[in-house]
Ligand binder design. Structure first.
Ligand SMILES: C[S@@+](CC[C@H](N)C(=O)[O-])C[C@H]1O[C@@H](n2cnc3c(N)ncnc32)[C@H](O)[C@@H]1O
Length: 283
């Protein structure tokens, strides 16, 4: 099998040596370790900054070379690294489209001598000037006090995403967080299902190939599978890979995307990009 797989490898090695020549990636999501000294089991998360960004550049270039014309990349990072991300993408050939502000629904991280940190950035870029696919999603967030009238058919998603909750620490991470037997979270950086749902629905069609070089707990793959996209994930930690395989085989209720369908009902081509018949719930 060439696709719909999770590979236990280093993503640079996989992209340069193993990825089959006849496969083209349509959409990539990058949520790398942020090089902030986190306690990952395999990779060193505290390397010299130059080395770190050279590595990111390598990954972005390799992905670019294997992406279809008009294909997309979403690169997530801490806000303080925005200029690095922009530069890496530009230097490797990608065309900038949006700087998405993912404003956390949780409280800000307090700081001493500057404003508290309340968002993470996601840079959306494409191979070539225009995306081959861009589905204009419509959502229907609660009316603001400053808005006089109810919206009859929702509103288009903008570059500020403030309706997606991150999986914070401890109990507040909720049911979606994968947990170990002692109740601790399995992976501290697990992305929310609803974040990947928005990205994959916006920038791919059914049958497209979705790629995640830093798969972690496999959130990208779990969403791609439910949306009938093809997927390839690469993850360096074998323990994570086992967890991803399990997550993909036994879909948990908390991973099921169907509960979010109501949020996108005003999207004109929703049935074309999200086939409800593909949903499967195992618990
Ligand atoms: C921030 S986490 C990704 C979390 C993911 N978005 C999720 O929803 O679970 C980054 C992951 O990259 C993995 N990783 C680090 N270096 C890697 C490399 N060179 N190749 C592949 N995976 C790597 C780490 O083990 C970690 O699980």
């Amino acid at each position: 099998m060439k696709e719909n797989i999770i590979i236990n490898d280093d993503c640079v090695k996989y992209l340069s040596k193993t990825l089959k020549k006849d496969l083209q990636i349509d959409l990539s999501f990058l949520d790398p370790p942020f090089n902030q000294g986190k306690d990952y089991r395999i990779n060193d998360d505290d390397i010299p900054e130059e080395e770190y960004w050279a590595f990111m550049k390598r990954v972005c270039k390799l992905i670019y070379n294997r992406t279809s014309d008009g294909g997309s990349i979403y690169f997530m990072q801490r806000e303080k690294n925005t200029s690095h991300v922009m530069k890496v993408l530009e230097d490797t050939g990608w065309t900038y489209q949006n700087l998405i502000i993912w404003k956390k629904k949780t409280s800000a991280v307090p700081q001493n001598n500057k404003f508290g940190l309340h968002y993470q950035i996601i840079v959306f870029a494409t191979k070539g000037d225009k995306p081959r696919v861009f589905n204009k999603l419509r959502i229907n967030p609660p009316r603001l006090v400053t808005e006089k009238y109810e919206r009859p058919n929702g509103m288009y998603v903008t570059d500020i995403w403030d309706d997606i909750r991150e999986l914070t620490s401890g109990y507040f991470a909720g049911e979606e967080a994968l947990r170990q037997e002692n109740g601790e979270r399995f992976h501290k950086q697990q992305s929310p299902i609803s974040l990947l749902l928005r990205i994959i629905l916006s920038s791919s069609n059914i049958g497209d190939l979705i790629f995640d070089p830093f798969a972690g707990t496999g959130t990208t793959l779990v969403v791609a599978k439910q949306l009938s996209r093809k997927y390839i994930g690469v993850e360096i930690d074998p323990k994570n890979v086992d967890e991803i395989k399990n997550r993909l085989t036994n879909l948990r209720g908390s991973d099921n995307i169907e509960k979010y369908r109501k949020d996108y009902l005003f999207t004109e081509n929703l049935n074309k990009i999200w086939n409800p018949k593909n949903a499967q719930i195992d618990n």
